[in-house]
Design a binder for this molecule. Structure first.
Ligand code: PBG
Length: 333
């Protein structure tokens, strides 16, 4: 008898939903989620982004309202991206004290205080007329060190406005050290840096570039963002950023780079974030719209998988929806 039947029965723990919940190895909480938000200067009405159904370029007012909803859902934080009214070659709007991001930060901090973390993406691509993340030389190259000086100025402006965390996403060498020094010199030694340390030159950023109006007018970002072929390189980038003073590190995109998330998690002892980017969002939304996927299950599975791979913090455009669903789960949906 016993020889004919298996002794080990992993299915015992899968029998009921209550058992499955008790035995789950991975849990996701609203506080783990960060919502990326877009705010555009001079906009009269919120503007829907066609390639990201449900995501908007916000007006100053609609941003406040949406951030309020995020706080109510228990989301851990928001990260702000700004679209200025005027762009130029050096991205002057990025460090204008009254620039679109600085204004938005002051609004949200005044409204929400400490109920959630207000982060600011720190880059130049939304502010430059050529759409590149830095200063472009005459030959069309991105000048690393000239760009660092601009990042330092943007960091000081975001800090002065009250940002809780600055998140440099430009992938310039030495950017974390330059920003740390600028923050310290400006009297903000307590302000943390979330470094986009392992950021790949990815096709999955497509819809974002519509939302942030920052597609490069020539060339691409492959001289500064990482080659998708490389994973060891991510560990070098992460360790460099930590040496330079990063307080948290990020892997981006998330879904196609879960191996990198896991390796980073196993290597460092700071919080690890992963960014589920615009293209990951668009793929599931588009398939669900056609009835090809169960939308909610696909969203929840994608988020849980990023967490299972080792991310402590997940940046996702579904943050509010997912947080509400997690809230329901906790109270026994
Ligand atoms: C650069 C930046 C990008 C994203 C976040 N920060 C775009 C890029 O590097 O081209 C992409 C986010 C997304 O696709 O959701 N400031």
């Amino acid at each position: 008898m016993s020889a004919r039947f298996p002794v080990a029965r992993p299915r015992r723990l899968r029998r009921t939903s209550a058992l499955r919940r008790l035995a789950a190895e991975t849990r996701l909480a609203p506080a783990d989620l960060v919502l990326p938000m877009f705010v555009k200067e001079g906009l009269a009405e919120p503007h829907p982004i066609p390639s990201m159904p449900g995501v908007f370029q916000h007006t100053r007012d609609s941003l406040r309202k949406a951030a309020h909803e995020a706080a109510e859902a228990g989301v851990g934080g928001v990260i702000l991206f700004g679209v200025p009214a005027v762009k130029d070659a050096v991205g002057s709007a990025g460090d204008d004290p009254d620039g679109v991001v600085q204004t938005a930060v002051r609004d949200l901090k005044a409204d929400l205080g400490d109920t959630l973390v207000v982060m600011t993406d720190l880059c130049l691509d939304e502010f430059t007329d050529h759409g590149h993340c830095g200063i472009v030389t005459e030959s069309g190259h991105i000048d690393n060190d000239a760009t660092l000086e601009r990042y330092a100025a943007v960091a000081a402006a975001q800090a002065a406005a009250g940002s809780d965390v600055v998140a440099p996403s430009g992938m310039m060498d030495g950017q974390v050290a330059a920003i740390r020094a600028a923050l310290d010199a400006a009297g903000h030694p307590e302000l943390p840096i979330l470094a986009y340390s392992a950021k790949y030159a990815s096709a999955f950023y497509g819809p974002f570039r519509d939302a942030a109006e920052c597609a490069p007018v020539f060339g691409d970002r492959s001289t500064h963002q990482q080659d998708p072929a490389n994973a060891d390189e991510s560990l070098r980038e992460v360790l460099l950023d930590l040496e330079e003073g990063a307080d948290m590190v990020m892997v981006k995109p998330a879904g196609a780079y879960l191996d990198v998330v896991r390796r980073v998690r196993d290597t460092v002892d700071v919080p690890v974030a992963a960014y589920q980017v615009s293209g990951e969002y668009a793929m599931i939304e588009a398939a669900a719209e056609r009835g090809w996927l169960d939308r909610e299950r696909a969203i929840d599975e994608s988020l849980l998988s990023i967490r299972r791979a080792g991310a402590d913090i997940v940046l996702t455009y579904w943050a509010v929806e997912a947080a509400r669903r997690l809230g329901e789960l906790r109270t026994g949906r």
